[in-house]
Design a protein around this ligand. Structure first.
Ligand SMILES: C[S@@+](CC[C@H](N)C(=O)[O-])C[C@H]1O[C@@H](n2cnc3c(N)ncnc32)[C@H](O)[C@@H]1O
Length: 246
């Protein structure tokens, strides 16, 4: 097991070998990698069918394929200080049985798996390519025994989690309020959940897949305040820690 500062350093240095993993997993040549990453954000936005999409989750199961890997990788590499702060935050709270819901390219799940405070990480993501890519990364990094990959929380067959990580996911869900109610049911009084959200499609519709409906967002905040109480931390103001009210 590695200590916290070593894990952070490894992320800042090479995002846990992310570029190498992308090249190997997607068979991309080194000379093509930078172009692949540079165009990722706009390519993902262009894939979104707008109002024609009847079920929000179809975007992640049927449409994005491996394009979300590129978008998330580009983001984690270009915003590494921000991502490093989210890792610092989870180092403060993560312990024992961890759920990483909507785990993407696996940065948080892999870092948690490297931590001696964490017994096991359940990586849940609706996108099969993401699950397979992170499983591949876990083997490359030698932490595969501490990770289980699932499409849904139910597939994990775990009824209580000590830590829940749900970062940059809630705005991708049709009903974020019902998702945090589900989290509430699988936490006990000592569990901590880390959430952030960005209910905004962007100035130029860069994030057409984000939910920004006023009623949905209001229901989310009312639910959040009715079931959780915030636990203060001084690390990152955009990402909040919560425990159950009762
Ligand atoms: C913007 S990414 C965030 C990834 C990661 N948490 C991070 O901070 O880099 C959103 C992720 O949520 C996943 N996702 C979307 N809807 C989901 C759902 N209903 N259940 C599980 N995962 C979902 C997507 O496949 C994607 O990997």
């Amino acid at each position: 097991m590695k200590n916290n500062s070593f894990i952070l350093e490894e992320f800042v240095n090479n995002a846990f070998n992310l570029k190498l993993h992308l090249m190997e997993y997607l068979s991309i040549k080194e000379c093509d990698l930078d172009g692949f990453l540079a165009n990722a954000k706009i390519n993902l936005a262009n894939l979104h069918p707008g109002d024609a999409l009847s079920d929000v989750s179809d975007f992640y199961t049927e449409i994005v394929g491996d394009r979300h890997l590129a978008d998330l990788a580009a983001w984690h590499i270009t915003s590494k200080d921000y991502i490093a702060d989210t890792l610092k935050l989870q180092q403060r709270f993560s312990r024992d049985i961890v759920l990483d819901f909507g785990g993407g390219i696996g940065t948080h799940a892999l870092a948690n798996a490297m931590s001696s405070k964490v017994e096991h990480v359940f990586f849940v993501d609706i996108n099969e390519t993401n699950r397979n890519f992170v499983e591949y990364r876990a083997k490359e990094l030698g932490v595969e025994k501490k990770l289980t990959f699932c499409k849904t929380i139910k597939d994990s067959q775990i009824s209580k989690f000590d830590t829940i990580i749900c970062l940059d996911v809630l705005e991708h869900l049709a009903n974020p309020a019902s998702q945090i109610e589900i989290f509430n049911e699988i936490m006990d009084s000592n569990s901590i959940a880390l959430f952030n959200w960005y209910f905004y499609k962007g100035e130029k519709n860069e994030y057409p897949f984000h939910i920004d409906d006023e009623q949905i967002v209001e229901k989310f905040f009312k639910t959040l305040q009715s079931i959780f109480i915030e636990v203060f931390h001084p690390i990152l103001i955009t990402t909040r820690a919560y425990k159950k009210i009762r």
